[in-house]
Design a protein around this ligand. Structure first.
Ligand SMILES: O=C(O)[C@H](O)[C@@H](O)[C@H](O)[C@H](O)COP(=O)(O)O
Length: 261
């Protein structure tokens, strides 16, 4: 679906709190620039601890309202297939952390399906999300050219709900799939696939903590995406690995780690 041109850039902050703040500040600039160029900005959110911490810091960012929130489209990279409003849903956590505090129009917030919707199954919800993405895309693309796709990274190097060796890793056509038997609870999820993620202009992988160091090393080394999903998460024009020092503690040789105090 897209050619990868640039190797990833690694940026390291001293700790998780500064990582969340710095990533939030980077998002302000990136979304403002996107709006200056195209009039709108498109952002894919992730669940997980550092992903939600970034949203909390974005809500607190001094320059937050430099973003024209009325012209931001919010998508999700994955969702836990739970009833709407469930505290474990990525959507619920994103609303509490950010969306309840900024004036994004309801029609520009695109949550993935919930398990309490009538006649819904994860498969139907995945199909519906793929349709919504296609309707929002330009030039007949399957998904919009997301300005930024945020991704947390699991200890097993999963991103979104794409887990090593699972069927979703072999998906080359569909943009959204259902996931069953997720090794990370809850077991049933909906996820963008790698082809959809790789349609993003920029992919930002965010990780903090020693437990992620090996996954980050594999994702930056020559590993293949089937067993190391984070190794396949690349943006069309830019890929960032935004790490704290602990998650960057096993980087492969050749990656310059900017001065970390
Ligand atoms: O639904 C989810 O759980 C997330 O989308 C998932 O992909 C998460 O980002 C990683 O598991 C990292 O989570 P932590 O940052 O909490 O380790």
């Amino acid at each position: 679906m897209s050619r990868i041109v640039n190797p990833p850039t690694v940026v390291v902050q001293s700790d998780a709190e500064l990582l969340a703040k710095a990533t939030a500040a980077r998002l302000v600039t990136r979304l403002v620039d996107a709006q200056a160029m195209r009039g709108t900005a498109s952002l894919v959110l992730t669940g997980g601890g550092i992903g939600i911490a970034v949203l909390e810091q974005l809500a607190l960012a001094p320059a937050r309202d430099a973003i024209d929130w009325s012209r931001v489209d919010i998508w999700w990279g994955d969702e836990r297939f739970l009833p709407s409003g469930d505290p474990d849903r990525n959507e619920t956590q994103a609303r509490r952390a950010l969306l309840d505090h900024v004036p994004v129009p309801a029609e520009r917030v695109h949550p993935m399906g919930a398990s309490d919707r009538v006649d819904d199954s994860p498969e139907a919800a995945a199909r519906r999300y793929a349709d919504e993405l296609r309707e929002a895309a330009e030039y007949g693309d399957a998904v919009p050219a997301f300005d930024v796709c945020l991704l947390g990274v699991g200890e097993d190097a999963h991103v979104a709900s794409l887990f090593p060796g699972r069927p979703a890793m072999y998906e080359t056509e569909r943009t959204v799939v259902s996931v069953h038997g997720s090794p990370k609870p809850p077991p049933v999820r909906i996820s963008l696939t790698l082809p959809a993620i790789r349609a993003a202009r920029e992919v930002w992988l965010i990780a903090s903590g020693e437990a992620k160091a090996n996954a980050i090393r594999l994702a930056l080394d020559k590993a293949g995406p089937i067993q190391v999903p984070a190794a396949g998460a690349r943006g069309r024009s830019r890929t960032l690995f935004l790490l704290d020092r602990a998650a960057a503690s096993a980087l492969p040789p050749g990656f310059y780690v900017p001065g970390v105090v």
